[in-house]
Each structure stands twice: as C-alpha cells, then as structure tokens.
Design a protein around this ligand. Structure first.
Ligand code: FES
Ligand SMILES: [Fe+2]
Length: 438
C-alpha cells in the first residue's frame, strides 16, 4: 500500500516538460517562461550548453605570469585556468585527485603550486601531482594528475570546454576571428579594471539584452558615441526618428573604411551566429563624434594606445560569441564581457577593461573616465534584465514577437534551442518544422 506520507512523483504537464517545450519552440518569438525561470531548464543549460560549448572565461592579461590563475565556477563545476611554469595556459578541474576536495577557492590569485587544504596533496600548475604524503610503497604519482579541461587561446582570449569532445569548429572560428583581433595585441595588454555584476535575471535574458539595440534609448550616455541604428539591416526598416543618425552613421562608416583599408584592418561583417556550434558575429563598426573610444565626446580615454597604429579613430571591433561573450575593442582599450549563470534568476556579468601594458593609471588614463560609460551602461542593462525576469515570472506572461532589429536575439535563441535539440536528440515537431520553412 502506498504510504500517505510519500508524495507521488510529480509528472510535468506538457506545458512544463522541457523536452516538449524544446521540440515545440516557435521561431520569431521569445521563449515560454519555464526556459527562463525553472530549475529544470537551469540544470539543462549547465549540462548541455555550458558544459558542452566553448566558453570565454578570461583574457591572457589576467594571468600574465607563471603561477597566475583564475577559477571559473558554475553550478557544481569549478575550473582552474592557470599559466604553468613554461608559460602555457592550462585548465584543470578544480577537484583534488585524492578525495575530491575543491582546491582553489579564490576567484583569482598567484601561487607556486596548487596545495589541497584537506591532506596537502600538491600539484604543479601543469596539473601534475608533485607531493602526496605517507602513501603506500609503489604509489605512482603520475596516475593522479588533475583532470584537464580543454583550453584554447585566440589572440589573447582564453576559452575552455568541459566536454570530452569539444565542438571541433573552434579551429575554423579561430582562423576567421584571429585576423580581426590580432592587430589589437590583446595578449600583450594589461587589466585596468574588472567588475563582477550579479544581475537579477536568467542568463539567457542577459544575452538577449546584449543582442539588440532596440532598448538603447535606456542608455543616454552610451548613445553619445554608439549609433542606435545598429541592428537595422536595411534603410527601409529604420524608424523616421533615426534617419538623421543613420545619415551620420553612413558618413562615419565611409571615413572609417578608408582608415581600416589603409591600415589593413579587416572589417566586413561575418555572421554565423546560429549556423555552427561555436556561433559568432564579428565586424568593425564606426563610433559617433570623435569615433575613438567609449567616452562622452568619443575621444580616446587612454593616451597610450593598444598598438602602434597612428590613428586613434578606429571605431570599434565588435564580436559576439555564443553562448556567453561579447567584446568591443577601440584604439585605446578593449572591453570584454563574460556571462556565467549563478541560478535560474541570477547571472554573473564580468566586465574586463584592458589597456596597453605600459599605460599608467593617473598618467595615461583616468580610471573613472575609462570605465564610467560602460559601468553606467552595465547597471542600466542589469535593471532592464531584472524587469524582464520579473515580468516573465508572472503567470500572465506569454511569449512575444521579435522585431526586425532583434534578429540577433532570434539567432541566439535559435542557436540555443538547436544545440539543445542536437545534444538531447530531440526531433523537431512537424508544425515547428513547417513554420520554420514557411
Ligand atoms: S582531498 Fe585533497 S589531499 Fe585529500
Ligand atoms: Fe543595453
């Protein structure tokens, strides 16, 4: 007889079943609420997206010397990214090979060896076990190296993948994006500032918010230099109120192209956001006013530029990468964003400002001036993400339509749903397939 004290196992209704929701997702509109608010989807996102995709986790500038490390933690996973004694970037699971204790607990630091707090097993930065006290005769240290994680550096950016077999298209993507990034010498830069902002919303809402400028009216400071026409692919779609701005954007772009051509800087837009596992977008774009940097008048914030290219006016290099990063590079600094899920309704957004290694704070740049515009913008975005999450949490929420300027939001969600379907072996419902080909 069934005990009256044991609740029957809950069976998800079709409206809540993750597999059914993934199979039935309709293109062109936001996701049903469970994708953003349920623990099931949060767990699925960590397992199928964050544990199987290439993730941007750091810049080489954060670990310039042997022994430097950062830790990246999401859900129950934690990874050490470190520079070893030979100067190579390594990544290891942050789990002791003795009885499993977490090894490094700080988000970043510098150490000669990795020493477990529990029984002092000691590892080199390359992951090899160097010391294990009082073991039985015949104990073979070489069998107990830290479990390694796939790591890849591209022009100073560090990516990891926790899967046994990471998406193999990273080589193709690196070959495309490296020529855009390399001229800015990010591997030789230094960190001017890094901020961690925990936003009150699901990580997908953070990414969606990044992938459109439909909301850019909420960024009055940024709009001094950022053209709000971004995302409009044809002049027809541009709202009348933005027509004068678009004219200015076209003039600035033409002037900028002359400089990019002269300096051999690649600039065409390449968009492969939802057509490959390592989806990306890269382009060079003009900035308004002086066109040099993210400051109120568009002039450079650091006198010491990242490279020897004589022009300060280079606009911005922009890259979007699925599932968790975007960046802007101007002539004087680079700005990198990484997104790490914390809970279904909490997301860490890490922002890193890089400047030339020899740029001196207070001499070549004022830190508040360098970072102010994006610190303000980040908080405005965090407020918008919180509003979105609150509204979606209401039973009254139903998915709404993406407009033409939100095509990158659709591309992000399409990539996300496609990855889930592929990795979970979920076929697409016939009416969804019909809608997709209509
Ligand atoms: S668990 Fe790390 S040394 Fe024992
Ligand atoms: Fe924004």
């Amino acid at each position: 007889m069934t005990s009256p004290f044991v609740a029957p196992k809950a069976v998800p209704s079709p409206a809540e079943d993750p597999h059914a929701l993934i199979a039935d997702r309709l293109t062109g509109e936001s996701l049903p609420a469970p994708f953003y608010v349920s623990q099931d989807f949060f767990d699925l996102d960590l397992d199928e997206i964050f544990s199987k995709s290439w993730l941007f986790v750091a810049t080489e500038a954060e670990i310039p010397d042997p022994g430097d490390y950062v830790t990246i933690t999401f859900g129950t996973r934690s990874v050490i990214v470190a520079r070893d004694d030979d100067g190579r970037v390594r990544a290891h699971h942050n789990v002791c090979r003795h009885r499993g204790a977490r090894l490094l607990t700080e988000p970043s630091g510098s150490t000669g060896t990795i020493v477990c707090t529990y029984h002092s097993w000691t590892y080199g930065m390359d992951g090899r076990l160097e010391f294990a006290d009082a073991q039985a005769p015949g104990f073979d240290k070489s069998c107990y190296s830290l479990r390694s994680v796939h790591v890849r550096t591209i022009a100073g950016l560090v990516f990891i993948c926790l899967a046994d077999e990471p998406p193999s298209d990273i080589d193709e993507v690196a070959a495309i994006i490296e020529p855009y990034l390399a001229p800015h010498r990010l591997a030789e830069a230094k960190v001017a500032k890094q901020t961690d902002l925990v936003e009150d919303g699901n990580w997908k809402l953070v990414m969606e918010n990044n992938r459109e400028c439909y909301h850019c009216g909420g960024h009055p400071e940024l709009l001094n230099v950022f053209f709000p026409t971004w995302g409009y692919s044809s002049t027809d779609a541009i709202p009348t109120r933005l027509a004068p701005v678009f004219e200015r954007y076209r003039r600035a772009t033409a002037e900028q192209i002359e400089i990019w051509d002269h300096r051999g800087l690649p600039y065409p837009r390449i968009e492969q956001l939802d057509t490959r596992p390592t989806g990306f977008h890269i382009e060079r774009d003009a900035l308004d006013l002086a066109g040099e940097s993210f400051t109120l008048d568009g002039s450079a914030a650091s006198r010491r530029r990242l490279t020897d290219i004589p022009e300060a006016r280079l606009g911005r290099l922009s890259m979007h990468l699925q599932p968790n990063m975007w960046l802007h590079v101007t002539s004087d600094h680079a700005l990198l964003f990484s997104v790490i899920p914390v809970a279904a309704d909490k997301t860490l957004v890490r922002t890193t400002w890089l400047v030339h290694r020899d740029a001196d704070e207070g001499v070549d740049y004022d830190l508040d001036h360098l970072t102010g515009m994006w610190e303000t913008t980040n908080q405005q975005d965090a407020d918008l993400v919180a509003l979105a999450h609150q509204g979606i949490s209401s039973p009254a929420y139903v998915p709404g339509p993406y407009g033409p300027s939100e095509f990158q939001v659709e591309a992000f969600i399409n990539w996300y749903v496609t990855m889930l379907r592929c990795r979970l072996g979920i076929p697409v419902a016939p009416d969804v397939a019909d809608a997709a080909t209509a």
